[in-house]
Design a binder for this molecule. Structure first.
Ligand code: RBV
Length: 427
């Protein structure tokens, strides 16, 4: 192990500080104790090692929950090489703990864009047979810079909404070179991780970065998909008056009937105290919105990419800027109003807090594990398109989760099963 420019560099890793490993290990132990579904898969497959011979390159937030997934893949016999999928989400102690126990890993908190892609390149040099993405940056780098590597790849998975959108578009254009399983679109992923995970962790990030009182505030949520809905629900629970902005009529209608006020962002910009974007779209908050905001407005994002808030516009409007506290930048505008940007407009839940709680990542990562396992067996037979997770897998994971929570399920009788498809049964 060598120290280079303040980093710890080993044969297979580059992390901020390997000395953080014991602290990271405790966090991983904590996550393991809250991820019983994934741990039961580890227990099941560590004996037979069905992933022996597989080489998995992964690009996903390096958190304590991700560490549990990585170590489960290794326990099942896979070799892995890992990088983080966001410059601000890596938990350096967790990265150190993984490196210290022999995981090939390249990532650190606060990396810049050049370093971010350098880390991805290291994991591609490993010549993967499977890829795992959160936001499609790894697979995109492989397709655009190293298409020759695709021949050796059996398949890949994608964790998040934005990534799945991009990969579906790519498949539509006939540009996808191997099969992808859309982990995000599983019911046991997006109906839980995206809603309750994002809801809680985004509020957690806002509070850690600002410590503001949420009760009584006008809390503007841009986007009422799974993530926006989760955030709106939790903000309401803390006593905020929630406003929703949308571009899709049915989503706006759902928000209205849930009791939220729906308005255009142009209008919301004038009244909001706290703004959060959860759209997956760029330029949701731009110059004209900053120009209307109240003094003290707090603005953040929980979408995958940092393009939802146009910070270049804000930079042009500013008179001064200072860091007020960790993950909180105060911009003073020419007329003296102050706007606070949390986590540089990047995922506030992962940059300012710890990402989704382990309990919910348990199901997302059980889906990741089972999808990679499936690809390792059948990936070669699959066409290069985006596949959904089978309903059977969703139900199996949900059932396992329920049983670990000590909750029982009723079972249909034979007569009830027959009734389900009996179209002659009437009044
Ligand atoms: N996410 N991971 C965590 N604690 O490891 N928290 C959030 C964690 C994922 C989540 O599944 C979402 O789809 C993605 O981050 C957005 O980049």
């Amino acid at each position: 192990m060598a120290k280079k420019n303040g980093f710890d560099v080993g044969k297979d890793y580059k992390v901020r500080d390997i000395e953080l490993a014991p602290a990271g290990r405790k966090r991983i132990d904590w996550a393991e104790s809250r991820m019983p579904v994934l741990m039961s898969l580890r227990e099941k497959y560590k004996k037979t090692k069905p992933m022996r011979g597989m080489r998995v390159s992964g690009c996903i937030h390096v958190t304590k929950e991700t560490a549990v997934l990585v170590e489960t893949l290794r326990a099942a016999g896979a070799q892995v090489s890992w990088s983080g999928c966001n410059p601000l989400s890596t938990q350096d102690d967790v990265a150190a703990a993984l490196a210290a126990t022999g995981t090939s890993i390249y990532t650190w908190h606060g990396m810049d864009t050049r370093e971010f892609y350098w880390c991805i390149e290291q994991t591609l040099a490993f010549r993967p047979s499977l890829t795992l993405d959160d936001g499609a940056d790894l697979i995109m780098t492989l397709h655009t810079k190293h298409p020759q590597l695709a021949k050796g790849v059996i398949g890949g998975t994608e964790e998040t909404t934005t990534g799945v959108h991009r990969l579906r578009a790519m498949a539509g254009d006939g540009k996808l070179l191997y099969a992808i399983i859309a982990v995000n679109d599983a019911e046991t992923k997006w109906d839980f991780d995206n809603v309750y995970g994002t809801g809680q962790s985004s509020l957690d990030g806002i509070l850690r970065a600002s410590s503001v009182l949420v009760a009584g505030k006008i809390f503007v949520v841009a986007g009422y998909g799974h993530c926006g809905r989760g955030v709106a629900m939790r903000a309401k629970g803390m006593g905020a008056n929630v406003v929703v902005t949308e571009v899709k009529a049915t989503a706006a209608l759902k928000a209205t009937l849930e009791g939220f006020q729906v308005m255009k962002m142009d209008q919301a910009a004038r009244v909001g105290d706290i703004f959060i974007t959860a759209t997956g779209m760029k330029d949701v908050i731009v110059k004209r919105h900053f120009e209307r905001m109240k003094d003290g407005a707090l603005v953040c994002n929980t979408g995958h990419y940092d393009c939802e808030i146009n910070l270049e516009d804000l930079e042009k409007l500013k008179k001064g800027k200072r860091t007020i506290r960790s993950n909180n930048e105060e911009y003073t505008l020419k007329d003296g109003r102050r706007v606070y940007i949390l986590a540089q407009g990047r995922l506030v839940n992962l940059a300012a807090a710890e990402g989704h709680p382990s309990e919910v990542m348990d199901m997302s990562f059980a889906n990741q594990f089972l999808s990679l396992l499936r690809l390792s067996k059948e990936g070669k037979k699959l066409d290069p398109r985006v596949y959904d997770i089978p309903e059977k897998q969703d139900q199996a994971i949900a059932k396992l989760k329920l049983s670990t929570m000590g909750l029982g399920l009723d079972k249909l009788t034979k007569e009830q099963v027959a009734y389900e498809t009996d179209y002659l049964a009437g009044t």
